[in-house]
Design a protein around this ligand. Structure first.
Ligand code: M6R
Length: 607
């Protein structure tokens, strides 16, 4: 979603702001802009579309100044256009805003009645006028912001610039994250640490309701009651070098190829390879005594919890409920005593997942989370955190975040099984060993990349694609379909193979490819039957299976993708790779914007 950068520095700030916005592009946006103080006056450049348009504009019409704010906007209120692009400003104040101001219509009416003239269709512009109104009443910028913040309902992260004040920038957060960066004689604001990575490694995350006053050397943080508070400044491990594409054409491709390493890092943090036991770092409860796990997440992270449900039930005989966070948060679900709320999120900032977490907390659940951003709100509000060590994921499509989430969930299922006494040491060692071998198997699967690219060439002209899987592979069918539609804009649906006869079979004809994820194992013969049914109706099967599976039914498929023979327990992690590659190559060959598909945002911080 929208991205913010603010720089209070000593050098020409425009190129630094545009660089910062480039690092925020991955969040998804449809317009961008910057504002600086040029000889004390607010100056702005904004443009619709990609950042390249803004960079061109600034080349043609340079903008001076050493202090400035920048924004990438993902439209919510008001269409994507130059006029609606941030920063919003008048002659006194410039503001960039992430989030949604829920009471903007009421505030706008009130401000218009006081003579303020609005230029945009956005909710954000009210913030400019609210602050200006306070300044008109002779308040200092700090007091004006403090008063304005109290009028806002909804979610926001803000960076605010004041005409004539080269030494002042104010930030605020409620609901949307905001980080403060400390440089030497320079200060920064960023909607995430990635934006600030090449500028500083000293970061402080504002807490809910905080606002901050920056000058050249320091930051003074206030809480929501305007009391000064101390917030910890942390060293971040992110560096500018981590966010390049390297030899790859797209971030997504790079991230697919990082999976052997990051799955390995994640597993090494949780499995002792000598004893082949799972050792979880931060779980503040007795895993053997959990009445129920309630797992909530969105999108791809939800599919990770769907795999986990099978693992927890099969390995640990543990009752588990899973739900999409946006549904769960309003369902008023009763939650059992002794229950755990388990929240899975790459960004750790997804608003629905965070809200579901807060609901579960009110219901007395112990809160565990699996996140990729350790400083995120979801991590901070959890009783225990199991981090995925995927590193920054820039491509909007979740790839390495998903497989590392699966790695953590698999370890958690083993730990729960051990604690509940449903598996013994030997079974734990076997399951741990099969996980330890996953990175090497992923490397093998990646060797099929060229073959998968050739198969993808067949998909680019299709209108609909079906994905089928059973048991642990059902969520992978759902994930494959989500990946294909979000990247290539081809309509795709994932189904439990056994459901096919209950409706989707009507869709099958020679124009509808059916991608079947079917490793050898107890459910293989059932899925083999579905393959025959698809063939009988002229459908073209793309079979993803191991050698034994391909020998058995490969002759009925138009294409086969051969996978290594593996323990069925780890199949969901391995079978994620070909579905990622199929979606990636289909989109790349179609020429869609792979890393920033249209309309999508990397982390969804508004409802
Ligand atoms: O940051 P989160 O893991 O909470 O994000 C959840 C979803 O928005 C995310 O997985 C989304 O579905 C991806 N674009 C899928 O590739």
């Amino acid at each position: 979603m929208c991205g913010i950068i603010g720089i209070l520095g000593g050098k020409a700030v425009a190129p630094l702001l545009i660089d910062g916005l480039r690092r925020l592009e991955y969040r998804g946006y449809d317009s961008a802009g910057i504002a600086t103080l040029s000889n004390g006056a607010i100056d702005r450049r904004r443009s619709e579309g990609k950042l390249a348009n803004l960079a061109d504009l600034v080349d043609r019409d340079p903008i001076e100044g050493t202090i400035g704010i920048g924004h990438t906007r993902w439209a919510t209120h008001g269409r994507p256009s130059e006029a609606n692009a941030h920063p919003h400003a008048n002659e006194r104040v410039a503001v960039v805003h992430n989030g949604i101001i829920e009471n903007f219509q009421e505030l706008r009416r009130e401000l218009e009645a006081q003579g303020h003239v609005f230029e945009t269709e956005t909710d954000s512009e009210v913030i400019v006028h609210l602050i200006s109104e306070q300044l008109n009443q002779q308040k200092t910028p700090q007091d004006a912001v403090a008063a304005a913040l109290k009028r806002l309902e909804g979610a926001f992260a803000l960076a605010i610039l004041f005409a004539g004040r080269h030494d002042l920038m104010i930030g605020a957060r409620r609901g949307s994250p905001l980080a403060v960066g400390f440089g030497s004689g320079e200060m920064y604001l960023g909607s995430d640490a990635l934006a600030l990575a090449p500028l500083t490694d000293r970061i402080c995350y504002l807490e809910e309701g905080d606002w901050v006053v920056l000058d050249h050397g320091d930051a003074q943080v206030f809480d929501e009651t305007d009391q000064p508070v101390a917030r910890e400044v942390k060293q971040t491990a992110l560096s500018g070098a981590m966010i390049g594409k390297g030899q790859y054409r797209h971030f997504m491709q790079k991230e697919i190829y990082e999976q052997p390493a990051v799955i390995g890092d994640t597993l090494h943090s949780l499995i002792n390879p000598m004893s082949r036991t799972v050792e979880l770092p931060d779980v503040p409860l007795d895993l053997g005594k959990v009445s129920r796990f309630t797992c909530c997440a969105c999108g791809t992270a939800h599919y990770a919890t769907a795999v986990a449900k099978y693992w927890f039930e099969q390995i640990a005989r543990q009752p588990v409920e899973i739900d999409i966070a946006s549904e769960f948060r309003y369902r008023e679900a009763p939650m059992p005593e002794g229950g755990v709320g388990l929240f899975v999120s790459q960004s750790g900032e997804t608003i629905d997942t965070l809200s579901a977490l807060r609901y579960a907390k009110q219901q007395g659940q112990t809160i565990l989370s699996i996140v990729n951003v350790p400083e995120s709100a979801i991590a901070r509000e959890s009783d225990g955190v199991l981090p995925t060590l995927a590193g920054p994921e820039i491509g909007v499509a979740s790839t390495k975040a998903f497989t590392t989430q699966l790695a953590v969930l698999a370890c958690l299922a083993i730990a729960v099984g051990r604690a509940r006494g449903t598996i013994d040491g030997e079974q734990e060692a076997r399951l741990s060993q099969s996980l330890i071998e996953v990175p090497a198997r992923v490397t093998e699967v990646l060797q099929s990349d060229a073959a998968i690219k050739a198969i993808a060439a067949d998909l680019i002209y299709t209108r609909d694609v079906l994905y089928l899987g059973r048991g642990l592979l059902f969520p992978i069918a759902l994930e494959g379909a989500l990946k294909l539609k979000e990247l290539s804009y081809i309509h795709a649906e994932g189904y439990a193979a056994g459901e096919m006869k209950h409706g989707p079979i009507a869709l099958i004809d020679e124009d509808v490819p059916v991608i079947v994820c079917a490793p050898s194992g107890p459910l293989f013969e059932k899925t083999a039957g579905n393959v025959q049914e698809v063939r009988a109706r002229g459908g073209a099967v793309i079979l993803i299976s191991d050698r034994a599976g391909i020998e058995r039914i490969g002759e009925y498929a138009r294409h086969c993708i051969e996978m290594p023979a593996i323990d069925p327990f780890v199949a969901p992690i391995l079978y994620s790779i070909p579905v990622q590659l199929l979606a990636y190559h289909t989109a790349a060959q179609k020429g869609t914007d792979v890393d920033q598909p249209r309309n999508l945002a990397k982390s969804v911080t508004v409802e």
